[in-house]
Design a protein around this ligand. Structure first.
Ligand code: ADP
Length: 419
């Protein structure tokens, strides 16, 4: 069996997001954090997702990383490549989506790339080639103020043509609603018109399924998690329960919150009422890390109960502002992230093998500190957040970006293995 889909994602949480959408259809999905170890055996997986940090780095660096990932996937027998970017098409006039797509067209020798950022379940839809976020044009959705990749034009055809080397065509919603054959016909027509890219309209999951069924194998796939989820949905795998990833009851569990988003605040406040909890002191994280770390480890080890102890830096927005003014936003953020990563690392030497983490950047650093090269995607806890298992040891992680999950998320994650 060969890998059905090799996905190159331009950031870490986007990689977990697409991996979890595909795993919903029973596919075995392995996610690798870059290519740190070429000896890892991925050939038994249905899909492999390689997460890069290439969304907003210089174009040449994004191309170098992407080339390395693509060539390695191809060397492992992977036939179909999927370039995953954000469903809000995060990019600038120079890239990186356009130049990376051009490079992948060359490496895969594909005649044309499809562009499908639509993710209806999260309110991202594409109509007449224009991207909407919860019904608002991309450039009026708040994304026009994004600090790194402000999106000031909702026309994906214009945005793509500005940053790539060829012309862009459209598969319209009318054509999608007319069915797969019409879509395939339009994709062929666009190739005859020498288009290099085709934006795909889609407003619903059903539209995505029509598209997934219609796209010929030789076209390069690019987009968000929606189209990849639809491709897997059309060819589901049935696995027995032992293959479905849920942590076992052996070992200890730990909850770490390094995010101060609105939802994480709600989750922390809720969980505090049910489990042992300790608030992280930012001052000590900054100025007394070594001694403080030891105290936090002792605190964790002296707690018991059916729910895992939680350590959290989470504060309401007004308190975060005060902390940031006092210590500097970057300094405070880095001190908290590195304390949390060090704490996780230390506690793995004391029997912890399940860690639930709130915060995208926090998760990314923690995974690096633990030396996790990659993981297998397990059972979903909330949309876009599965339990994942380290490919090289019995270590489970639940990595949640700020606003994912509902109030009961930390408890739900543990119910999956405590039941
Ligand atoms: P999210 O997914 O919610 O964006 P991240 O982990 O990506 O969470 O980013 C949150 C950033 O805010 C991290 O750098 C974290 O250290 C920092 N942070 C969290 N809580 C506080 C706080 N109380 N004071 C200052 N910075 C904080």
């Amino acid at each position: 069996m060969s890998i059905r889909l090799g996905i190159i994602a331009d950031d870490f949480t986007g990689a977990t997001d697409i991996a979890s959408f595909i795993a919903l259809s029973g596919w075995q999905v392995i996610q690798l954090n870059g290519i740190t170890d070429r000896s890892i055996d991925i050939t038994h997986a249905d899909a492999v997702v390689i997460s890069l940090k290439s969304r907003s780095c210089p174009v040449n660096e994004a191309k170098r990383l992407t080339r390395e990932a693509c060539e390695w996937l191809q060397s492992q027998g992977c036939q179909r490549i999927y370039f995953k970017y954000c469903s809000t098409f995060d990019s600038g006039p120079a890239g990186n989506i356009g130049p990376v797509t051009d490079l992948l067209l060359e490496l895969t020798q594909s005649p044309m790339a499809v562009l499908c950022p639509a993710l209806p379940v999260n309110g991202r839809t594409v109509v007449h080639g224009h991207l909407f976020v919860n019904g608002q044009l991309l450039n009026e959705s708040g994304m026009q103020n994004h600090p790194i990749t402000p999106m000031t034009d909702a026309s994906l055809l214009r945005v793509m043509e500005q940053q790539a080397s060829g012309q862009c065509g459209l598969v319209s919603l009318d054509q999608v609603r007319a069915g797969s054959q019409v879509v395939t016909h339009q994709l062929n027509a666009l190739q005859q018109q020498h288009k290099r890219y085709a934006v795909l309209d889609a407003m619903t999951d059903e539209d995505l399924q029509v598209l997934a069924a219609a796209i010929p194998e030789n076209l390069l796939l690019t987009g968000g998690s929606g189209l990849a989820g639809a491709l897997a949905f059309l060819a589901p795998e049935t696995r027995n329960t032992t293959d479905i990833g849920i942590p076992g009851t052996e070992g200890k569990c730990l909850v770490l919150a390094g995010s101060s988003s609105t939802m994480t605040n709600r989750q922390v406040n809720f969980y505090r009422q049910h489990a042992p909890s300790l608030s992280i002191d930012v001052e000590r994280a900054l100025h007394d890390k070594t001694a403080y770390l030891k105290e936090l480890v002792s605190w964790y080890l002296s707690r018991s109960g059916s729910l895992a102890p939680m350590l959290y830096a989470t504060r309401p927005a007004d308190e975060v502002k005060v902390i940031q003014q006092r210590y500097g936003a970057d300094a405070a953020g880095i001190a908290i992230e590195s304390l949390i990563a060090a704490l996780a690392s230390e506690l793995t030497h004391h029997g912890v093998n399940k860690i639930i983490v709130a915060g995208g950047e926090t998760s990314s650093l923690l995974v690096q500190h633990l030396g996790v090269k990659g993981f297998v995607i397990g059972q979903s806890i909330a949309p876009g957040v599965p339990w994942v298992k380290d490919i090289s040891r019995n270590m489970w992680l639940a990595l949640k970006s700020g606003n994912f999950g509902d109030e009961r998320f930390f408890i739900k994650a543990q119910e999956l293995f405590n039941e």
